[in-house]
Design a protein around this ligand. Structure first.
Ligand code: CP
Ligand code: NVA
Length: 328
């Protein structure tokens, strides 16, 4: 190859490399799938969440001048209020949109909605059944998109759960977590977190639920169908509703042996904690005595949604070029 051609090729490569670099820098940081973000970044977000909790009333207004829209296709108490508060306590402005109130619920495409909303606001949070829809929104949005629960996952919840485990002295690289009950969005995200952080997960669900080996995979994940065996030596016992939103017709009877009650809690380690993302169906997946008992950390867990989401939002917006006003 002639020298002239070599130089031309090199210039071309350099131009592409720098274009890629610029593009990478302005790529929005989405928070949709924990494995896509990676353990190192998630660890930093968790550390920031612990710090933000300690500094509760003395935050720098890092979201000053920024605006968030929160798209809800399903009900919510914790996610809605904790996201609104997280953003506003740090100086931003958060507003809720119900999917049926906007054109998205009346035939406008996700593509067009993503592009339009990206021109108005700085970050978009979505709760809807379809995980693919959230991915599609992220594909076209030029602002960060946050998954606030789909039928596949609930990553913001799991960040708060990991934070809560750490606060209560559980090492997320080695603790034994036992999940009892339904195989759902939250249990699936626990499995992803076990893969990323290394804690041991025992998944205990009724036989009629097949438990995909694509989801519950890895040396540190075990499937145990007997609840009494599953809770043995557990550091953390966790459950969730037997009927997730949109699946209200499920048959409760088959889940009854998986109810977290005093008898099962006694079989775990003495200092085991009880966790539940809430809302709880008291008397179904958990008894009042466990929910309100000494081992329950469910309200710390709910509070930690606020702190974890501040850290998630800070990460999503840290490199945002949309508004140069943003400072970290
Ligand atoms: N845990 C949780 O996401 O609760 P909400 O449905 O109330 O938001
Ligand atoms: N699995 C539950 C979680 C609620 C926060 C649901 O999807 O309804």
């Amino acid at each position: 190859m002639s020298k002239k051609k070599q130089i031309k090729n090199l210039k071309k490569q350099l131009a592409t490399a720098s274009a890629k670099k610029v593009l990478k820098e302005v790529d929005p940081r989405h928070f949709i799938n924990l494995p896509d973000i990676g353990t190192k970044t998630l660890r930093k977000i968790l550390d920031n969440a612990h710090r933000l909790k300690k500094e509760k009333y003395s935050h720098v207004q890092i979201f000053d001048g920024l605006s968030m829209r929160m798209l809800f296709d399903k009900p919510s108490t914790r996610t809605r209020v904790s996201f609104e508060e997280a953003f506003e306590q740090l100086g931003g402005r958060a507003r809720v949109l119900n999917k049926t109130d906007i054109q998205l619920g009346h035939g406008e495409t996700v593509h067009d909605t993503a592009k339009v909303l990206s021109r108005y606001v700085d970050v978009l949070m979505i709760r809807t059944s379809s995980h693919e829809m959230v991915e599609e929104m992220a594909k076209w949005a030029t602002i960060p998109v946050i998954n606030a629960l789909t039928d596949n996952s609930h990553p913001c919840q799991i960040m708060a759960d990991l934070m809560t485990m750490e606060e209560h002295g559980k090492d997320i690289s080695r603790a034994h977590v036992t999940w009892l009950g339904d195989d759902n969005n939250v249990s699936k995200t626990f499995a992803q977190a076990a893969g990323l952080f290394g804690f041991k997960l025992t998944m205990c669900a009724p036989e009629h639920l097949p438990l995909s080996d694509k989801v519950y995979k890895g040396k540190n994940i075990t499937i145990e169908r007997d609840p009494k065996k599953a809770v043995k030596d557990a550091d953390v016992i966790v459950t969730d509703t037997w009927r997730s939103m949109g699946q209200e017709a499920k048959d409760n009877a088959r889940f009854e042996p998986f109810q977290v009650n005093g008898g099962l809690m006694k079989l775990a380690k003495k200092n085991a904690i009880f966790m539940h993302c809430l809302p709880a169906h008291r008397g179904e997946e958990v008894t009042d005595a466990v929910m309100d008992g000494k081992q329950s950390v469910v309200f710390d867990e709910a509070e930690n949604r606020l702190h974890a989401q501040k850290a998630i939002l800070a990460w999503c917006l840290e490199k945002s070029k949309v508004r140069p006003k943003y400072r970290h």
